[in-house]
Design a binder for this molecule. Structure first.
Ligand code: ASP
Length: 411
């Protein structure tokens, strides 16, 4: 029998879905006058996303600290961290490869006519170098990252202070209790905000549909189709097998429980914004808080399989449009750089397109190619964000199962 709590959760997913459909209809109706959608409906989405972003920093900070403290052992954090990072890197490299293979096989760039006017006035944004990305993980200030919501730096702060509480022993107990209490409060605040998600989803999706008319989408339909196809294949094949083989749960149950977070990721195009939803959904999948509170924020920051797929597909698309053939070694370079670029991609709307320049540069493709895909970025971003957060959840299910097994063997 379902508890009242469960009933409420199910109905929220349905409400989000209804909001998505209504948003699509409203968007189609407003295609003639997208200004109305931008002026009057988009603010609903913006307000909602602002609230979600507001709560994300305290949730991540306190829940990671609390997660570390509850593990009571720095080695255990290392063991969960190691498995998580290994899962993330392997699945991401596989995702780019899948993107490259399908884009080549389906000739993603064929049938597209390059009009030189499309490239005029385009300026590529410089992406940070790999070394800079690594150096930037470590903050020089303990407050600034919280103000700027720089997730990776917040994770580092939370880890260090969490370790501090453990090492301080008896004297750290008070700090530990305060953190636990704040963690609980932040999660409750997050729960209040999530209740408003159907309104937010409506406000987010309507302007996207209203401004992306058929005329913008049509020439790039093949690119969109290939990117979506590979995203679905990656989720169905990789995540289903992982949660079945390692996590020991049925893929159908996995996707059913994940539907709320996936719908929100699709509508918001923000992994970080979807974090509160992902925490709720993985809780229902039985993932322990000490695992999810660590694996999910890290994933929302560094694990971007959808972005990797997008980069693989776009590289082949741009190469084909400009009549350039990518050699085997160039494609291997793409696998490496796209994996790194997706790690450096922030979990906010539109950041994948910035990192695409790093991948194009690595194989000498013209950066102007980005101008061709930037116009429909939001449509691609919706798919890649959905894959990104589903990958995080799949990893949390697997790591949770591995940790459980280890505990059973030890005890
Ligand atoms: N919007 C994506 C995310 O939040 C990142 C990207 O642009 O690829 O996961």
């Amino acid at each position: 029998m379902k508890t009242t709590g469960e009933k409420r959760k199910v109905s929220l997913t349905v409400w989000i879905f209804i909001a998505l459909i209504l948003g699509v209809f409203a968007g189609i109706l407003l295609q003639g006058s997208p200004k109305i959608a931008e002026t009057y409906i988009a603010p609903l989405g913006t307000i909602f996303l602002n609230l979600v972003k507001m709560v994300v920093v305290p949730v991540v900070l306190f829940s990671i600290m609390q997660g570390v403290i509850s593990l009571q052992d720095i080695r255990k954090v290392g063991s969960i961290g190691g498995k998580t990072v290994a899962f993330y890197i392997c699945t991401t490299a596989f995702a780019v490869t899948l993107g490259l293979v399908f884009a080549n096989m389906l000739n993603v760039g064929s049938g597209y006519k390059l009009d030189s006017g499309m490239l005029e006035g385009f300026e590529a944004v410089e992406s940070p170098s790999f070394i800079d990305t690594i150096v930037n993980i470590f903050p020089s200030n303990a407050v600034q990252p919280l103000a700027d919501a720089t997730m990776l730096q917040i994770i580092v702060i939370a880890l260090f202070f969490g370790f501090g509480v453990i090492i301080a022993g008896e004297k750290g107990k008070l700090a530990g209790s305060v953190i636990e209490s704040f963690s609980e409060v932040s999660i409750k605040v997050m729960g209040i905000i999530i209740k408003f998600s159907p309104i937010g989803v409506f406000g987010l999706i309507t302007p996207v549909i209203a401004t992306n008319g058929v005329s913008v989408l049509l020439p790039l339909l093949k690119l969109i189709g290939v990117a979506y196809l590979v995203s679905i294949i990656h989720m169905v094949v990789v995540y289903s097998s992982a949660v079945r083989a390692i996590g020991k749960i049925s893929p159908i149950r996995f996707f059913k429980e994940m539907s709320e977070a996936m719908l929100f990721a699709f509508s918001s195009a923000s992994s970080v914004g979807t974090l509160p939803f992902n925490m709720e959904c993985t809780k229902r999948l039985g993932v322990k808080k000490e695992v999810s509170s660590f694996v999910l924020p890290l994933g929302a920051t560094i694990n971007m399989d959808g972005t990797a797929i997008y980069q693989g597909v776009c590289v082949v698309f741009i190469a084909q449009i400009f009549g350039m053939d990518l050699t085997m070694s160039q494609q291997l370079t793409v696998i490496l750089t796209a994996t790194l670029a997706s790690i450096g991609t922030a979990g906010v709307p539109g950041s994948g397109v910035i990192m695409l320049s790093m991948v194009l540069q690595s194989v000498g493709l013209p950066l102007e190619g980005i101008a061709l895909v930037a116009g429909i970025d939001r449509i691609l971003d919706m798919a890649r964000t959905t894959v990104n957060i589903t990958g995080d959840a799949a990893c949390s299910v697997c790591v949770n199962a591995m940790e459980l097994k280890k505990e059973q063997q030890a005890g």
